[in-house]
Design a binder for this molecule. Structure first.
Ligand SMILES: C[S@@+](CC[C@H](N)C(=O)[O-])C[C@H]1O[C@@H](n2cnc3c(N)ncnc32)[C@H](O)[C@@H]1O
Length: 179
């Protein structure tokens, strides 16, 4: 039992240290996971069909994609992640989940082709938002929907603002955009 607890502590410490190093090197959004109440709200408002293509930009551990893909088994899901650790973790999780409709790509979402996407989700630093606005304005078509947790584009108004609960807690406001 003590051996098991030590192992868990070691894994937790490795996780925290590697996240910190990743953050210091890349300046990227830290790999936080969308809170479960926010995930549930997203599940209520995201409506996918069999020909929809859903991207999670910065998919972290892949948990949100796995969750969504169970609800929408006919939709194609793509996760993009540029942290080696989280890329590998999400690949393994997707493999273990047996979901065939999720693809995890290693790379920087700023330079990845997302033109096939009909729906995109992201929870990223405000610094990257306006870079993505430029990219989305060029690449996205067919009235693609973008769900941004917590952060807005400077020069585009959200079509809808969805609050989780009173919207005051951390990561509880979803901005919905249409391109
Ligand atoms: C706040 S986490 C969100 C994780 C996941 N989407 C979720 O909601 O559970 C942000 C993730 O984006 C990744 N990330 C940040 N900047 C990135 C970039 N330019 N390209 C690819 N991934 C990036 C980070 O490594 C991190 O895993």
């Amino acid at each position: 039992m003590i051996y098991f607890l030590n192992l868990i502590s070691l894994v937790a410490i490795l996780f925290i240290v590697s996240s910190l190093i990743h953050f210091l090197i890349t300046g990227n959004t830290p790999p936080l996971i969308t809170p479960s109440s926010t995930r549930e709200k997203l599940l209520e408002i995201i409506d996918l069909e069999k020909d929809s293509v859903f991207y999670d930009l910065g998919c972290g551990n892949g948990g949100f994609l796995i969750h969504l893909s169970k609800r929408f088994p006919k939709t194609k899901f793509v996760g993009i992640e540029n942290s080696v650790i989280f890329y590998l973790v999400s690949k393994i999780r997707v493999f273990l989940s047996g979901r065939k409709n999720i693809k995890i790509k290693f790379g920087n979402f700023l330079y990845t082709d997302v033109s096939e996407a009909t729906h995109l989700y992201m929870w990223i630093f405000v610094r990257d938002m306006d870079k993505l606005l430029e990219k989305f304005s060029k690449d996205l078509k067919n009235r693609a929907k973008v769900y941004s947790l917590g952060f807005t584009f400077t020069d585009k108004k959200p079509k809808e603002i969805v609050k989780v609960g009173n919207g005051k807690d951390f990561a509880r406001i979803i901005y919905v955009y249409e391109f």
